[in-house]
Design a protein around this ligand. Sequence first.
Ligand code: C5P
Length: 292
Amino acid sequence: MTIRVKSYAKINWALDVLFKREDGYHELRTIYQTVSLHDNLIMSKTDSAIEIICDDARVPCDETNLVYKAAVKLRQATGVESGARIEIEKRIPVAAGMGGGSSNAAATLLGLEKLWQVSIDESQRFDIAASLGSDVPLFFMGGTLLGIGRGEEVYPLEEVECASLLLVNPVIHVSTATAYSSLRRLTREASPRKIPFTFFAAKGIRELPLVARNDFEEVVLVTHPEIAEVKERLQRLGAKLALMSGSGSTVFAVFDNLKTSERAQLEMRAFGYWAELARTVGRKEYQSSIFE
Ligand code: C5P
């Protein structure tokens, strides 16, 4: 038996880092959005070994890979003795703020439950996911989501739809841990700012440029001027909104229509950037297409 799982990427429509918590993590208020760009995971059973194969040499295929860790944790939780061979077709840029590794981990848990014919209850699945990374659980739900806590606690929001997104990456990596530790000014005390969620619910994409923001931009655009350059170029090419996703290095842009986003894609590629067109993937489509 072979199981194929789509492992979608996410962007953050908004991301507020409120304060540093006693456990060392930062308290977040974020709005996640799953998008059409996705990796593919192809899984088959082995006697006992867990093997990872990936077509992108930058992805480690050892025990440090979140896919490996997810498989081990699921095996421990269920007592399964079988192993798995998991092939990752990598399309989501690595360490790029789009949750690629986290999404792969969530897809692994869902896929291996089918492959090994085991099931764990939702809260156990959530606990394993949250222990693997703060933005793993969002990939069980998909769509437009409010993320709180350290980002692991997610709630569905009214969907924001956009058919003409452009994702651009200057092919540099940003360390999430370093980005957080650079946020000194913000983490001294609780931020009084609040994402106006009513905007997302009532007005959706039309009002997004007014409320979209990312606290990481303030530090990461300074330490990585290549990302600031991507943002400026996207704005010059007519993007209604251009915002860094997560702790970077990807910038996503919202265009009025497909024609302008396609033109911008060509221009950005000519500058040597990785640039892919995408659209939002709502919760219903997300959940029904993972195993397509
Ligand atoms: O949870 P995850 O493993 O993805 O986080 C990677 C690192 O990012 C953490 O070790 C921590 O330093 C930082 N982080 C944080 N606050 C969060 C999420 C992540 O400080 N809410």
